[in-house]
Design a protein around this ligand. Structure first.
Ligand code: AOF
Ligand code: ZN
Length: 358
């Protein structure tokens, strides 16, 4: 199952709104087949592994990180294929929260006389599919806010200088995060200040996320890299207050404009609905402080990835903070994170946690 989890993890970021899944088939102490789900619309993990195993699948044990499916989606049900190949035992890590499956895949295997063991490395398997698990029913993207700040929570000095806060190792890891998300979101302030490309730049080629800009009045300049470079689709979330002429100009340049309410600000709840409809299941938010603060305040962030550089810059209100929102009067009202993890990248810390909204 550990190997199946590794296979699944290797496909992180490339299955769109589908889960990552790995499968290893073992017969008489030998691995006879392995597979991973590599792309939405293409074969599921079990099918690749069964194809590799061929006639060896009969009487074998299949280790699968996610309950084999029982529905006709873009591909036929994996549970039927496992039955047909004569697999004797199936070991499953996590059940499939997709209401079309949700236990019925396992039930089908058992009804056909296959021995099923559940819950093996379940926590690890669910961690790989946290976005899929959160998206599948509400159809809203799993939102991860990334920030890079000093120890005093600043994302720039009082002069606006922000290059660089964190070190090279942290910044390199951000590109892995981009590869693993379907879309990346920034506020128009960040675009005007930095003209970012928001692409994935790794030592090996990665996938570029769809670039999403929150821009209530369509201030996005034609000269911006996001408009000109054609590296990945650019979607602008705006309001009815945006001038019609700007809308036409940007659309003519290939930018997709999505209306999110009457304004003055972009309705972030509506934005998540629109992005979900567009089959964006995972969203990485990369700034700035106002957007991150607004998402947290609206309880729309599922996960925070906070890089902290071992620096203190000060600057009071002139130096922007990573979460800029009205705030609470009482400490007991503070947004708490749970399931905290700490990692290090060079001399930087990276705190990972999940906001617990009560
Ligand atoms: C499995 N093995 O490798 C995967 C599963 O549209 P489809 O046909 O690709 O089906 C997608 C659904 O199938 C997805 O929402 C999830 O419930 C399940 N994914 N199941 O047995 C796999 N990727
Ligand atoms: Zn399947």
């Amino acid at each position: 199952m550990n190997l199946a989890l590794q296979l699944a993890a290797s496909a992180a970021g490339q299955t769109g709104i589908n889960p990552v899944v790995g499968c290893v088939i073992v017969k008489e102490g030998r691995i006879v087949g392995m597979g991973a789900h590599l792309k939405r619309g293409e074969a599921h993990a079990e099918i690749h592994a069964l194809n590799m195993a061929g006639s060896e699948a009969a009487g074998a044990t299949a280790y699968v990180t996610l309950e084999p499916c029982s529905h006709f989606g873009k591909t036929p049900p994996c549970s039927d294929r496992l039955v047909r190949e004569g697999v004797k035992r199936v070991v499953v890590a996590a059940t499939d929260p997709n209401p079309l499956v949700a236990g019925s895949g396992i039930a089908r295997l058992r009804a056909s006389g296959i021995e099923v063991t559940e819950g093996v490395l379940e926590r690890e398997a669910n961690a790989l599919n946290e976005a899929f698990n959160a998206f599948i029913v509400p159809r809203r993207p799993f939102v991860t806010i990334k920030s890079a700040s000093t120890l005093d929570g600043k994302i720039a000095a009082k002069t606006g200088d922000s290059k660089w806060i964190t070190g090279e190792a942290s910044r390199a890891y951000v590109h892995t995060l981009r590869h693993r998300h379907q879309a990346i979101m920034v506020g128009i302030g960040t675009v005007l200040a930095d003209d970012p490309s928001l692409t994935t730049r790794l030592p090996v080629p990665g996938l570029h996320p769809i670039r999403v800009v929150v821009d209530s009045t369509l201030r996005l300049p034609h000269e911006a890299k996001l408009v000109r470079d054609g590296a990945a689709p650019t979607v602008v979330l705006t309001t009815e207050q945006a001038p019609a002429v700007r809308r036409r100009e940007l659309e003519a340049r290939g930018v997709e404009i999505v209306d999110c309410g009457p304004g003055p600000a972009v309705d972030l709840d509506a934005a998540m609905v629109r992005l979900g409809e567009r089959e964006i299941g995972s969203l990485l938010v990369e700034g700035g402080g106002k957007l991150s603060g607004a998402l947290l305040e609206r309880r729309l962030a599922h996960k925070l990835v906070l890089f902290l550089a071992p620096k203190i810059i000060g600057g009071g209100a002139l130096a922007p903070a990573n979460f800029n929102f009205a705030g609470f009067g009482q400490m007991r009202e503070a947004i708490r994170l749970e399931r905290m993890q700490v990692e290090t990248f060079g001399d930087d810390l990276c705190l990972i946690g999940y906001p617990k909204y009560t």
